[in-house]
Design a protein around this ligand. Structure first.
Ligand code: AMP
Length: 469
């Protein structure tokens, strides 16, 4: 089948050809006609299957054929769980819409960056808005936009949105949308939560599944390395160096471990960068750009950050730690073998993690082949170093009264202090605990349980998890 058989406008076909795509992927073959027909859609498709184009192309076709009122109302709303995914979807909107006349306006908004430029960009309206849920609600709350004229809603990676706790935000957003609209839901896995959401959201949807549910991407070769305790970093370094791997995406359990492993790789002469939620948007973008251009060989990512990474033909994915949920394994390894390319997904497993591996194997319905590698003893790396926190900077010396030495005395050791005599606090009660040396006495806080070192201010209540993207 060729793209021209899909009844797409020649201007869209021109962009597709320029992108170098000759044949629509299976999800595109099925989803494009379904979306053009105006039906709701429930698509089981992983990242890497070409799913973004499968909704962006028909949405563009629908919008370009309609007259536009001023200011432009948001007519297509695409919700994604992460900033990276939002940015990547938006890149694809730009790519496929570049030859349309008149032009369609599109914008991407996500949290973690200043809201003001987004508010400015929304003046005059946009036709297509790609957003993460938290920032969308913030913008609506600030009257920067309305979503009451949306014709098409896309929930991209819906399973991930629920995993990340966005369900409340999604419900709020749904309440602000017009009742009459087209809903397109994409998800790699269909848990009970997702099924519940789809039953409320979708009306008589067309179901499309390009890979059997919960199966791993077709062309991904998988391997597992059982490694001795403490030997994952050394094994990884050896695998990368020995096989000359380039463009390796490594998943870590924590941001701290991601930072430490990045240091270890760089020390071993393997260029690496970390990407996770504590990094600024600029740092993430720079790391991703370096990775895409091959300046950085290894991207070490926390699970959430890695979710949105879209690199055509990403060849290697490494699970340094297996994900907590077996279904996430499917997501992770879906990073490789994108759009028909082959890829290798490697998992490193300690003996005490074998039960997790078994769960993964049960879910994907296959035993993952074992690889073996001899770790070079000269590497002398131990994974313990990844979890060790860097040493704290020394505490500042307490300032003594004028003329007193601030540095420890040289020479004879100081005689032990006598226990402090109970000192009246003005209300007739002793403020020092009996027997506690004066030097160790904690200053008294005015409120119970308060730490005087951190003054308790009237801080705004913390946002619930998942409300900002
Ligand atoms: P997605 O599943 O949307 O994240 O797409 C994965 C990758 O496949 C992206 O880099 C797309 O640019 C690419 N892609 C999308 N459609 C096609 C196609 N028909 N042929 C080849 N590559 C494609």
């Amino acid at each position: 089948m060729s793209f021209s058989a899909l009844n797409l406008d020649p201007k869209l076909l021109q962009a597709v050809t320029e992108a170098g795509y000759t044949t629509p992927t299976p999800i595109q073959q099925q989803a494009i006609p379904a979306v053009l027909s105006g039906r709701d859609l429930m698509a089981a498709a992983q990242t890497g299957t070409g799913k973004t184009a499968s909704f962006v192309l028909p949405i563009l076709q629908q919008l370009m054929s309609q007259p536009v009122s001023q200011p432009r109302p948001v007519r297509a709303l695409i919700l994604t769980p992460t900033r990276e995914l939002a940015a990547q979807v938006s890149e694809q909107v730009a790519k496929y819409s570049q030859y349309l006349q008149p032009k369609l306006k599109h914008l991407v908004v996500f949290g973690g960056v200043s809201i003001n430029p987004q508010m400015m960009a929304l003046r005059g309206g946009v036709d297509i808005l790609t957003a993460t849920p938290g920032r969308l609600l913030d913008l609506i709350g600030q009257n920067a936009l309305k979503i009451n004229q949306v014709q098409t809603l896309v929930l991209d990676e819906a399973d991930r949105m629920l995993d990340m706790g966005f369900i409340h935000d999604i419900k709020k957003i749904l309440a602000l949308l017009p009742k009459q609209r087209q809903n397109l839901l994409f998800s790699a896995t269909f848990s009970d939560d997702i099924k519940q959401l789809t039953s409320k959201l979708l009306h008589n949807p067309q179901s499309i599944s390009v890979a059997p549910q919960n199966s791993t991407a077709e062309k991904v070769e998988q391997q597992v390395y059982q490694v001795a305790k403490g030997q994952k970093s050394a094994t990884l370094i050896q695998l990368i160096a020995q096989n000359d791997w380039k463009q390796v995406l490594v998943f870590m359990a924590t941001k701290h471990e991601a930072n430490r492993l990045t240091d270890k790789l760089n020390e071993a002469g393997i260029s690496a960068a970390a990407i996770h939620g504590n990094k600024s948007q600029n740092a993430r973008t720079a790391a991703l750009a370096g990775f895409k251009s091959n300046e950085i060989r290894v991207l070490v990512a926390s699970d959430v950050a890695a979710r949105g990474i879209d690199i055509a033909q990403l060849p290697y994915v490494v699970n340094f730690t297996l994900p907590r949920s077996a279904a996430d394994y499917v997501h992770r390894i879906g990073r490789t073998g994108r759009a028909g390319m082959t890829g290798l997904a490697v998992s490193l497993v300690y003996p005490d993690e074998v039960s997790q591996l078994k769960q993964v194997e049960k879910l994907i319905g296959m035993k993952i082949p074992q690889g073996s590698i001899k770790v070079d003893p000269t590497l002398q790396l131990n994974d313990k170093e990844l979890t060790q926190r860097p040493p704290r900077p020394p505490r500042p010396q307490p300032k003594g009264p004028a003329g007193e030495r601030a540095t420890p005395r040289q020479g004879a050791p100081r005689p032990p202090r006598k226990p402090a005599a109970a000192k009246a606090d003005g209300q007739g009660t002793p403020s020092g605990r009996p027997g506690q040396p004066q030097g160790q006495r904690r200053p008294q806080a005015s409120g119970q349980g308060q730490n005087p070192a951190r003054p308790q201010q009237n801080r705004p209540a913390r946002k619930p998890q998942g409300t900002s993207a």
